[in-house]
Ligand binder design. Structure first.
Ligand code: NAG
Ligand code: NAG
Ligand code: NAG
Ligand code: NAG
Ligand code: NAG
Length: 532
């Protein structure tokens, strides 16, 4: 405790000096920003959040040296809208990333007039890179790809890797467990707006991503350029996959292997930050896009003590693991502060001294939580269902420790065979009047409804907050409902036939660039990047 207070006290002058420099002109001292964004990793999936058989030594290390959030929320219960929330600091109902998610034939995407974190830090001279799953659109001629949304460079599969035929998930050529969307063309691996590999080889994908992450860090550190690296894993979304090193690496089966590989990537990024001498000047944020996909049953993720999972507005759908790491500046420990991926944009903008976009923002600056050990400015969170609809609006509202459900609904990603029938898709939309009310500080599992006269004043207060918030909600035109067209599906060969089968390319030049030695030895609990 004393040690912790001391480190906070010691950190204060450093924060001021970093901030002073940030607001000044000394570009070289602007902090680097790394966001590590996991896919479908639930509240109960990491070792540090209690999973008994996951193997996440590098995330353990990050948690040990960083700030672990126990009440952190993804801005939406599924992929595309959650990513829109993170990138823009705005509920996806504003940007039009609803209902559900974008698919390879979607002609819509994140509107160009939305301001992304990448666009914000670019105004301060940052180099901006994205690796991995974008899932905010491809569109005609790749118009919605990240290189048109503020990123200097992109390497990745632009949507979920189950939105393509899937067959080889485990080294060397073992089949995937899940059935994928084989109506779409093969999964492309993009380098900026060009396709490098199609179908992407999942068993070498992480080596490729890690190699790019390392080169981004090293290159910018050498040049003294501040950088923003957004690394969005394909792991641990289904179908789970893993390279040779992680095949059968854990007691947790295919999900455990996928998560172990994700964890290895985290370690590689951290090690490179250290080797490049920029670890002390880098804010690292780790979180997940939504709760666990329970439809994969015992091969899926885990929401821990929370109710239901991905796709729902119960806690399991949106409360996710989150860790913030910055040696010296962020005191290691645990926080119960409310926070969300909606808060990344304002936090980063203020940190680098950039102007906030002049639009309605739903995020708040997390600086007091990160740097001062405070509870922060957020006291509310609004839950929109996977298929938001202006007719029904917000499904649930969190206000301090209380959560009121106006509507509840099960969802396919929480599985039709779930032991809890509220999670199943057969649990159709149900209006609650009065709303169901839970005290999440006492009852995080949402087991005991408090809705009664005694709580009338709290329900009235929540209703007031909800009405006020909904009066500010301007629903953007749905990008997901724009017409679908196979003409926009990424294909490495222009106008080839028979489409989409002909979309196959394997660039040897690229494969030879891939040093498989990148893997070296798996970090079996030993870390080269260490605390001070
Ligand atoms: C972007 O453009 C659309 C269409 O003109 C408009 O409705 C929306 O309000 C704009 N969004 C922002 C953030 O300016
Ligand atoms: C896409 O490219 C084609 C061919 O260059 C062009 O005719 C079309 O207008 C482009 N569409 C968009 C949305 O840029
Ligand atoms: C994927 O890469 C692995 C490792 O290099 C290789 O053994 C395997 O044959 C590749 N699979 C395909 C389908 O190209
Ligand atoms: C990726 O694209 C850039 C230019 O857009 C090019 O300079 C680079 O060599 C490409 N990388 C690979 C691995 O093809
Ligand atoms: C992994 O485990 C599966 C199931 O036990 C087994 O069939 C497979 O041969 C193992 N693969 C490797 C590479 O060890």
């Amino acid at each position: 405790m004393i040690e912790r207070m001391l480190s906070i006290l010691l950190a204060i002058p450093i924060i001021f000096s970093v901030l002073a420099v940030c607001h000044g002109k000394d570009m070289a001292s602007l902090p680097n920003i790394v966001i590590l964004f996991a896919d479908d990793v639930g509240y109960g999936d990491l070792e540090v959040y209690g999973h008994p058989t996951s193997s996440t030594p590098n995330l353990n290390r990050l948690a040990e040296g960083g700030l672990v959030f126990s009440q952190f929320y993804a801005g939406a219960p599924v992929c595309s809208p959650s990513r829109a929330a993170l990138m823009t600091g705005r509920y996806p109902t504003r940007s039009g990333i609803y209902p559900g998610v974008l698919v390879p034939t979607s002609t819509g995407g994140l509107p160009h007039n939305e301001t992304t974190i990448a666009e914000i830090v670019k105004t301060k001279g940052y180099s901006t890179s994205i690796i991995g799953k974008w899932h905010l659109g491809v569109g005609e001629n790749g118009t919605y790809l990240p290189t048109n949304q503020g990123f200097d460079e992109y390497l990745g599969v632009p949507y979920s890797h189950d939105m393509c035929p899937c067959y080889n998930c485990f080294y060397p050529n073992d089949p995937c467990w899940n059935t994928c969307d084989s109506d779409y063309t093969y999964c492309p691996l993009f380098n900026n707006t060009e396709i490098l590999e199609q179908p992407v080889n999942l068993t070498t994908l992480d080596a490729t991503y890690v190699q790019r992450a390392k080169s981004v860090i090293q290159r910018n550190a050498n040049a003294g350029t501040p950088f923003f690296l957004y690394y969005a894993f394909q792991h641990a979304h289904h179908p789970q996959f893993a390279s040779k090193e992680f095949r059968n690496a854990t007691a947790r089966g295919t999900y455990g292997d996928s998560l172990a590989e994700l964890d290895w990537c985290v370690g590689q990024v951290m090690e490179q930050l250290k080797m490049s001498g920029v670890l002390d000047n880098t804010l690292v944020l780790f979180t997940s896009d939504n709760g666990p996909s329970l439809r994969n049953e015992n091969r899926g993720g885990n929401a821990g003590l929370l109710k239901c999972g991905k796709g729902t507005t119960y806690e399991g759908g949106q409360r996710v693991p989150a860790i913030a790491y910055w040696p010296e500046l962020i005191a290691p420990g645990r926080t119960t502060a409310l926070a969300s991926n909606l808060d990344f944009l304002p936090t980063i903008a203020n940190l680098v001294g950039a102007d906030l976009p002049s639009v309605t923002l739903d995020g708040v600056d997390m600086a007091p939580i990160l740097f001062e050990g405070k509870q922060g400015a957020r006291d509310t969170f609004f839950y929109y269902f996977t298929e938001p609809n202006p007719k029904f609006g917000i499904y649930a509202v969190r206000y301090n420790q209380y959560k009121a459900h106006y509507y509840t609904q099960g969802q396919i990603n929480s599985n039709e065979f779930n032991h809890d029938e509220d999670c199943r898709p057969s649990a159709t939309r149900t209006l609650h009047d009065p709303p169901l009310l839970y005290d999440l500080d006492h009852d995080p599992s949402e087991n005991y409804n408090l809705s009664s006269k005694e709580y009338g004043p709290i329900l009235a207060k929540i209703q007031e907050i909800k009405t006020q918030f909904e009066s500010t909600m301007v629903w953007g035109e749905s990008q997901v409902q724009k017409p679908k067209s196979s003409a926009v599906e990424p294909c490495c060969k222009k106008d080839c036939i028979p489409f989409p089968d002909c979309c196959q390319c394997h660039q040897r030049s690229w494969s030879s660039l891939l040093k498989l030695s990148t893997y070296g030895n798996r970090d079996d609990g030993k870390f080269r990047w260490t605390l001070h």
